[in-house]
Design a protein around this ligand. Structure first.
Ligand code: PMV
Length: 339
């Protein structure tokens, strides 16, 4: 066992969403459908796990104080959930606390904590890595991702970059898709307040929507189509394949938000500015769409009001990005998630 170990993990944005759990009553995060995400290396959580003496509790949390990092605002519930996961990781890798010692978990983000991007995915992935590292676990990345999933489902995809896929066999890197060198990302933050409905609650409520019938099949079909389009996006019919990918991602984002709105009771995350951004993107796509080489960006919302945009690094798409940045300046904050 080491005396201290520090790890970091990126946040991720799902293009095919994990929404709804199987056998939710067991408390394990088994997804109703497979999902695919893009890791956001510009939005990382850093976690340090250390062995300490004289603490009142076996596991305690404190903000990680380091230049360039910002401590998250953890509620009491959030703190308990986080520390419970640290204990779960320790037990599952077969380790235990040496007598008289306890574990201090410190964490912070390298992106602004109050900007509506707070991510359980990056925190739980980094926590799993930090505790496993502290106890010098020999688990593979896939095994650690599987373990992390029990803390926060979507965190299992944050172990893989730039693309993570999570299906019935577990999470792993999705191969053959465009690399980070080909893509840009921006998050348009229109509202940075905390979620009123947590994602855990959303997973439960969506199953009451009539639209949930057929949802797992729809998501699986979209995943197959999207992977195929993204694989072809760098090839000879790349523009066409990428633009088809853009349509699939758009439809998937609306599918999840329609599930929210049609749940019983219904709920929603969008604010007027979310729609303003989406309409602006539509307008700019129409403006540039006359050119046969134009690649429409992939546009999606998480369970929140902010809009994520992933574009192709070419002149026209970057010009669209500039225009979008200028047009949203009065009502949205722009954060760059790809580094
Ligand atoms: O990992 P959780 O339980 O926070 O669920 C995340 C669900 C979404 O963020 C809405 C979608 C996803 O796949 O990341």
């Amino acid at each position: 066992m080491k005396s201290s170990f520090q790890a970091y993990a990126p946040s991720n944005i799902a293009l095919i969403k994990y929404m709804g759990k199987l056998a939710a009553e067991t408390g394990s995060n088994r997804p109703a459908n497979s999902s695919l995400s893009f890791s956001l290396n510009g939005f990382k959580t850093h976690v340090r796990a250390s062995v300490v003496e004289g603490a009142a509790e076996p596991f305690t949390w404190a903000p990680l104080r380091k230049a360039g990092l910002q401590a998250p605002h953890l509620s009491e519930h959030g703190r308990v959930r986080f520390l419970r996961h640290a204990e779960r990781v320790m037990k599952r890798i077969g380790a235990g606390l040496p007598s008289g010692k306890s574990i201090l978990i410190e964490s912070a983000n390298d992106f602004p904590s109050d900007c509506g991007l707070a991510s359980s995915a990056s925190s739980f992935a980094a926590l799993t890595m930090a505790v496993a590292g502290l106890f010098e676990s020999t688990f593979t990345t896939e095994e650690l991702a599987d373990l992390s999933r029990d803390g926060s489902g979507s965190s299992c995809r944050s172990f893989f970059s730039p693309w993570g896929v999570w299906d019935a066999e577990g999470a792993r890197a999705a191969e053959g898709l465009p690399g980070e060198d080909k893509l840009w990302h921006m998050a348009l933050i229109v509202d940075d307040s905390l979620k009123r409905v947590s994602s855990s609650e959303a997973h439960k409520r969506v199953t009451s929507s009539l639209l949930f019938r057929g949802r797992p099949e729809r998501a699986e079909e979209r995943l197959r189509q999207l992977m195929d389009c993204l694989r072809r996006a760098s090839g000879s019919d790349g523009v066409h394949a990428w633009n088809r990918a853009s349509e699939i991602v758009w439809a998937e984002s609306w599918d999840m938000h329609a599930l929210f709105e049609t749940s019983e009771p219904g709920f929603g995350y969008m604010v007027p500015e979310s729609l303003r951004v989406l309409n602006l993107i539509r307008e700019l796509n129409l403006k540039h769409g006359g050119s046969e080489n134009y690649r429409k960006p992939l546009v999606t919302l998480d369970a929140g009001p902010n809009v994520h945009v992933i574009g192709w690094r070419d002149e026209q798409s970057e010009q669209m990005k500039e225009e979008l940045t200028t047009r949203v300046r009065s009502f949205a904050r722009v954060e760059d998630g790809a580094r």
